[in-house]
Design a protein around this ligand. Structure first.
Ligand code: GUN
Ligand code: FE
Length: 458
């Protein structure tokens, strides 16, 4: 049945401005995709042929009663007048097993933090009970904050990775997830034999498409220092053979960049190491951080149409650096905003949007960047919705992140806790939600045209 969602619609078709339809409608077809967005119910070709959906009054009650002009069977109208209706958030870089350690060890920089806090936490996921408890909590939290598609690192454990994929499938979320590959420079219990790492990857890649059809597999070498050339070569073959996407870390911290240079003295740059081993397939690669890129790396990332996941909160927490976001955007990189939980301590994308804007302003105090234009709210919103959503379109998992025709209707209905006695504009209310709102303001979450209830409610 066709569904019409009525409310104050906001989305970003292009970076730089919001499309706003006050008391507008999104029309969603049987297949869960948007067919039409209109200014009012009167504009709808469906006019006069709808039944009323469930009614939840906005804070302060209805201004006009939600009674349709005619009662004839037809499309369902979900009347959310007084609420904001926005695309749900897309986070292209998050570590699910690090959720238990949010906020821990952040007095350290990357390499020390990995050794002291991250690896010991991830090794606990060998235990199925630990994995089940924490992955349920993680999935519920993603639902709660309205991040309904994401690209997650799991751990190297095959069983726990498959469990995370099943939990997401059960919850109605549609992420891509990767078993982490690591066969060097790790404690013994987090170091795989190269052949086991490749076999485990192949196994999940092959079985997940039938077992968890809505959850995709993404090849996930942790980062160059964790993966031997033999492992990277084998993963490159798997990527080619199954036409899989890839995610990893790139140019995050200066000690890490230096370490990669020492490990691979014959390859000029960090990015070229991945490319050399076939781990930067064009149009289906995510690289997190990209702070210390050289000009030639920037050019390579542009050519390979890589999504550069900018993780501003993480970069401050681990004292990694301030991404030159304007320079990267001007160079034609597909920069999106991501949480990097748990180096980023908060899974909420609104918090990451704000951190990205603040970081872009801080960057202008740095010599050589005085003229960099800081990110605007609408640019940053685009970088947390449509830009990362395009990744899912590129790998054949549905276009998301906007309400244009053909996009999956992935949406949040926001009913602000405080009502609006100042008659603020729709855009003003969205700004207020991004800067000062939280998950209590999210009334409903929709994925591909279906409302998703809270998973694993306690
Ligand atoms: N580089 C390699 N592993 C990690 C990780 O888990 N988090 C971050 N932020 N960077 C990494
Ligand atoms: Fe990360």
């Amino acid at each position: 049945m066709t569904t019409v969602i009525r409310g104050d619609i906001v989305f970003t078709q292009k970076p730089g401005y919001f499309t706003v339809l006050e008391d507008g409608c999104v029309v969603v077809g049987d297949d869960g995709r948007v067919t039409e967005v209109t200014r009012s119910l009167d504009d709808l070709t469906l006019h006069g042929h709808y039944v009323l959906g469930e009614c939840i009054p906005p804070a302060g009650g209805w201004t006009t009663p939600p009674v349709p002009p005619h009662w004839e069977p037809g499309p369902q109208v979900v009347d959310r007048r007084g609420c904001l209706v926005i695309p749900s958030f897309v986070d292209l870089h998050v570590h699910a097993p690090q959720y238990p350690m949010s906020g821990l060890g952040l007095d350290m920089e990357l390499l020390q933090w990995l050794r002291s806090t991250t690896f010991p936490t991830e090794s606990r996921f060998a235990d199925d009970e630990v994995a089940e408890t924490w992955y349920r909590r993680f999935v519920r939290r993603m639902w709660r904050v309205g991040t309904l598609r994401f690209s997650a690192f799991a751990t190297l454990h095959v069983g726990a990775t498959q469990l995370l994929m099943r939990l997401c499938q059960e919850a109605g979320l549609r992420p891509v997830i990767g078993k982490v590959n690591m066969d060097r420079n790790a404690p013994e219990d987090l170091r795989e034999r190269t052949s086991d790492s490749l076999d485990g990857t192949r196994l999940i890649a092959e079985t997940s498409s039938t077992e968890t059809p809505d959850v995709g597999y993404i090849v996930t070498p942790r980062f160059v220092p964790s993966t031997t050339p033999k492992l990277m070569e084998g993963l490159g073959e798997i990527v080619r053979h199954f036409e899989l996407p890839v995610q990893s870390h790139l140019d995050e911290n200066r000690s890490e960049v230096e370490w990669v240079r020492r490990l691979h003295p014959d390859i000029p740059t960090y990015a070229e190491v991945y490319d050399h081993f076939g781990l930067m397939p064009e149009g289906r690669t995510i690289m997190a951080h990209c702070i210390w890129l050289t000009d030639s790396e920037r050019e390579l990332l542009r050519e390979r149409r890589v999504w550069a996941a900018h993780c501003p909160q993480s970069n401050l927490n681990l004292t990694s650096g301030l991404m030159p976001v304007r320079r990267n955007l001007d160079a034609g990189l597909k920069v999106c905003i991501a949480s990097d939980v748990a180096a980023g301590h908060d899974p909420s994308m609104p918090r990451q949007i704000v951190a990205a804007i603040e970081t872009s302003k801080a960057k202008t105090f740095e010599a050589g960047h005085e003229k960099d234009r800081p990110l605007t709210l609408s640019e940053a919103f685009y970088m947390a919705t449509k830009r990362p959503g395009e990744f899912f379109g590129a790998i054949g998992r549905g276009r998301v992140g906007s309400f244009e025709p053909g996009y999956d209707f992935d949406a949040l209905v926001i009913r602000e806790e405080e009502d609006n006695p100042l008659d603020m504009s729709v855009e003003g209310r969205l700004a207020r939600f991004i800067y000062d709102g939280d998950d209590r303001d999210i009334l409903e979450r929709w994925v591909a045209g279906r409302r998703i209830p809270e998973p694993f409610a306690r």
